[in-house]
Structures are given as structure tokens and as C-alpha cells.
Design a protein around this ligand. Structure first.
Ligand code: 4AD
Ligand code: MG
Length: 488
């Protein structure tokens, strides 16, 4: 007999969902997509079911404790940092179930008599789905492995507590950034991954060619040289011809031959572009709000996961992040920044000089100088910024309206600028760089209802490093790509 019910596993159902039960089974139909009585560990721990209800849990064994009569298993399914305790009676067949094995368990959820957890599952049946030899597994039960150690096993590290926490935080951060833009009226644009431009003009491009070059016709798949994108900015600028606020969030590629703790060959960038803006202040305001709103979102949705980092990976980071969140970000001009660096007692490896890019050591010094609060550095020398940056036309120390956001522990998190919308100035800049041919279409944007505009890009991995206190960028991305390394 099928019958409809108004709740599912003790929870009120969404308006468009229904539960159909047959002989103790439950089937939930959410928007026409069906799932069965499987329960996520996070829901079990939150007490999202009625006590004594029959449920099924799937996951991986994080701990096994055999006592005289009873065996306790901790099961984790990636939905939460916490695992669900399973109580296995002596008559249940648990042969072959070890640390790391994949299991499916049927049973009843009950209140736990132990202080450590509120809920546990009294197992009726345990099925070994995938065996695991714990001796060969590079991670050991109860051991806290360093991020550096687990980095050696990109195909297995999602099984550790710390990396699964990182992946949940990363997923939440992705949602937080999208929500911020959606809530603030931005339109999301899918900018292309394959492009024919070098937005940053730094020549750090990966060129695209078909792998098979046997057939002559395949040699030039595209009619023009084409590359993996280094930034979606120019495509976003196209969209500011019809939309006042746009953003993109996608993979970005740079053939930078540097093996630093903050560079990857493939990373994710969040980029926003605002039309009808004549001031860097508007752009800085979006950057600061984005940082603070996304961080609050993550802290409230993933407190346990963030705490793991703040407690064990980067002690002291909680306080440092609080400082960043409660204070207004500082602002320095590039000229002031150089002045501060030159007047400091610090011995820098690279001498700070007006007209040269800020080095990481300079960025760290400036952030410390500002009390470890993020700092915007504005108005950079004309000669060190790309062709699109808007000329400030400001005399002997010629600058452009560009801004970098520097944050504690990382240095540059965001780079942005106002864009040169004045056709004559843009034309002469493109000519000077020998780019007139390539960017005819970009010039043309200035002919049809062009408006002052500007925007910025934020490195997603550097953002995660910054809020969590992670030293190495390779530890905040699922599969890091950097020079001489493309594992998996
Ligand atoms: O400063 P960048 O190069 O700015 C741009 O690409 C602009 N076109 C963005 C825009 O205005 N729409 O890069 C933006 C940010 C940097 O501040 C940094 O956080 C990150 O992207 N980034 C990297 N992150 C990891 N690995 C790399 N190799 C990175 N290069 C830049
Ligand atoms: Mg930059």
C-alpha cells in the first residue's frame, strides 16, 4: 500500500515534495527527483529524524573501537566534520570492516548516552561495500597529518579530516561569492576559457593546439593564435555595454614559471565589472563588502570546519581574521607606499623604488605597517600597469587609476582598475604597446554608448589562504597545477 505523508524523516516537507511509504520504506520525491531513506550524517547529527526511525547511512569508517561485547564505528560521509557513531551488536557480521572501508548501515537512530555526541545509530545490518587495507593507506587512524604530508597524495587526501573540511569550506565560499553578487544585483557572465587575447599583456599564456598534428588541417584549429584565459576582464567589459554590473567566476591560467606559495598555473578568479563608475572608491567598496560578506557567510555556515583550521593549522588566525573583519580596510597611494618602504629600517631583498612593482616582501611590510588590516594601494605608475588602466594624467609622476588589495599573510589578493574609456588615450596606449591590430574590437566598444567603468579580480585560492591561515596555495585547491607538476 502506498500512502502520502506530510513529513520526511521527521522533518516538515517542502511545499512541492511528498513522501510515499511502502512497508516501512520511505521514498522522497523532491521536485520529481527521487531519493530513498538514505540519511546524511549531518542530518543524523542534527537530529533531523524522529528517534527510533529506521534509516540507512552510507560512508567511510573513520574509527573502529572493539569493546568486549560491542564494536563502535565512526562513519563519515563528507557532509560534516563530525562522524556518526554506529553501535554494532556482537551478532552482526563486521568482518573485513577496517579504518577507511566503505560501508552501508541500516539501523535506528537513538539518543546517545555518551557526552561527546547527542545521537548514535544502533545498527541492524552492516554491509561492507569497499574494503580498505589500513596498513597501505598513507593516513593513519587518530594521527593528525600535516597539510604538506597529505599533499603528496592528491588522489587520497579528501579522506582526511583537514582536507575534507577545506573542500566543504571551498564549496561554501563558492556559494557565498555567488550569493553576494546575486544579492547586489550583478549578472553572472560565463566568460570564455579559450580566448585570443592576453588581457594582462604579461605573456604568461598557455597556447591551445590540437593534440594530434598528423593531419595538416588540424595544425590551425582556430584561425588566430588562441590561449587559455588569464582573465575574463575584457569579456566582462564587453558586457558593460549593456549591463551596469556583471561578474564571472571561473578557472584562470597563467604560465608563470614560479614555484611560490601563492602562485598556481590554474586558479579560480572572481571578477566584477561596474559600469557608470568614475571612482576607484566604488570598486574598493565592492571588494571590501565582498570580502566581509563572504567571510561572514562561511563562518556562520561552516563553523566546525573553519575552527579546525584556526585551531590546528594556523593557531592565532581566528584573532587575525577578526581584526580584518571589524576594521575598515586602509588606503595608501602607491607613492605613499614607496615612501613608507624607503623610510623603513627593514633590509629588503629588492630595493623599493618608485616605478617598480611591489614585491611580496614590500606587500607584507605595508600590511604590518597598517596594523595587519587589509590595505588598498591605489594609483600605480603608468608604465607598470596593463594597457587598459585609466590614465590619471597627473604630471611628472605619471600614474593610472589602478588598485591592489593587500591582505595579511598573503600580500596581493585583488587587482583592479578604472578602464581607459577615452578613445584617443586608449588608441595611443595600444599603439605604444603594438596592440592596435589585436584590440580593434576593444577600441570599438568605446564608440557605441561607452561609459566610464572599472572592476577587479580576486584570487579565490588566495582568499581561502587568507581566511584560513593556510601557508601554501597548493593546499586550498583540490588538484593543484604548477610548473613541472600536473598530477592526475
Ligand atoms: O592582478 P591580476 O593579474 O588582475 C587581473 O587579472 C585583472 N584583469 C582582473 C580584473 O580587473 N578583472 O589578478 C587578479 C588576482 C590577483 O590579485 C591574485 O589574487 C590572483 O588573481 N592571481 C593568482 N592566484 C594564484 N595564482 C596565480 N598565478 C595568480 N595570479 C593572479
Ligand atoms: Mg595584479
Amino acid at each position: 500500500m502506498w500512502r502520502r505523508s506530510s513529513c520526511f524523516l521527521g522533518l516538515p516537507l517542502p511545499r512541492n515534495a511528498s513522501v510515499i511509504r511502502r512497508r516501512g520504506e520511505s521514498l522522497c520525491l523532491f521536485n520529481g527527483c527521487s531519493s530513498d531513506s538514505r540519511l546524511k550524517v549531518v542530518d543524523a547529527l542534527l537530529g533531523a529524524v524522529t528517534w527510533e526511525q529506521e534509516v540507512r547511512v552510507q560512508g567511510w569508517v573513520r574509527a573502529v573501537r572493539a569493546q568486549k561485547e560491542i564494536t563502535f564505528l565512526n562513519i563519515n560521509d563528507g557532509s560534516s566534520l563530525q562522524s556518526l557513531q554506529i553501535v554494532a551488536r556482537p551478532d552482526l557480521d563486521i568482518r573485513g570492516i577496517t579504518f577507511g572501508s566503505a560501508v552501508e548501515i541500516w539501523g535506528k537512530l537513538v539518543r546517545s548516552p555518551h557526552k561527546k555526541q547527542s545521537t548514535e545509530l544502533l545498527a541492524d545490518k552492516i554491509k561492507l561495500v569497499g574494503a580498505c587495507n589500513p596498513v597501505d593507506l598513507p593516513f593513519k587512524i587518530k594521527e593528525r597529518h600535516s597539510l604538506e604530508y597529505i599533499r603528496q597524495f592528491p588522489h587520497l587526501r579528501c579522506k582526511t579530516n583537514v582536507f575534507s573540511s577545506l573542500l566543504r569550506i571551498r564549496s561554501e565560499a563558492f556559494t557565498a561569492f555567488h550569493s553576494f553578487f546575486k544579492n547586489n544585483g550583478f549578472i553572472h557572465i560565463h566568460t570564455p576559457i579559450i580566448t585570443s587575447n592576453d588581457c594582462e599583456g604579461a605573456g604568461e599564456l598557455f597556447q591551445i593546439e590540437p593534440a594530434s598534428k598528423t593531419a595538416e588541417k588540424h595544425n590551425n584549429f582556430f584561425d588566430v593564435p588562441s590561449f587559455l584565459t588569464v582573465s575574463g576582464q575584457l569579456h566582462l567589459e564587453v558586457m558593460t555595454g549593456a549591463f551596469t554590473q556583471v561578474y564571472t567566476f571561473g578557472p584562470t591560467f597563467r604560465a608563470e614559471n614560479s614555484q611560490t606559495r601563492r602562485h598556481l598555473a590554474e586558479f579560480y578568479m572572481v571578477e566584477a565589472e561596474l559600469a557608470f563608475t568614475e571612482s576607484l572608491k566604488d570598486i574598493m567598496e565592492v571588494m571590501e563588502n565582498l570580502f566581509k560578506t563572504a567571510t561572514s557567510h562561511i563562518l556562520s555556515k561552516r563553523p566546525d570546519d573553519v575552527e579546525l583550521f584556526h585551531k590546528y593549522v594556523a593557531p592565532g588566525q581566528k584573532g587575525r581574521l577578526e581584526q580584518m573583519m571589524k576594521n575598515s580596510f586602509q588606503v595608501l597611494s602607491y607613492t605613499e607606499a614607496i615612501d613608507i618602504l624607503q623610510r623603513s629600517m627593514e633590509t629588503f631583498k629588492f630595493e623599493p623604488k618608485w616605478g617598480c612593482d611591489l614585491q611580496t616582501e614590500h606587500e607584507s611590510y605595508l600590511v604590518e605597517h597598517c596594523g595587519n588590516i587589509p590595505v588598498f594601494v591605489v594609483n600605480y605608475p603608468y608604465d607598470i600597469k596593463p594597457f587598459y588602466a585609466r590614465d590619471n594624467q597627473d604630471g611628472p609622476q605619471h600614474t593610472v587609476a589602478a588598485v591592489d588589495l593587500l591582505v595579511p599573510g598573503i600580500g596581493e589578493l585583488c587587482g583592479g582598475s578604472l578602464r581607459e574609456e577615452r578613445l584617443d588615450l586608449l588608441q595611443s596606449r595600444l599603439k605604444q604597446h603594438g596592440l592596435k591590430e589585436t584590440y580593434q574590437w576593444y577600441e570599438e566598444l568605446r564608440l557605441f554608448g561607452s561609459v566610464p567603468h572599472g572592476g577587479f579580480g580576486l584570487g579565490f585560492e588566495r582568499y581561502l589562504q587568507c581566511i584560513l591561515g593556510v601557508e601554501n596555495i597548493k593546499d586550498v585547491i583540490p588538484f593543484p597545477r604548477f610548473s613541472h607538476s600536473c598530477l592526475l
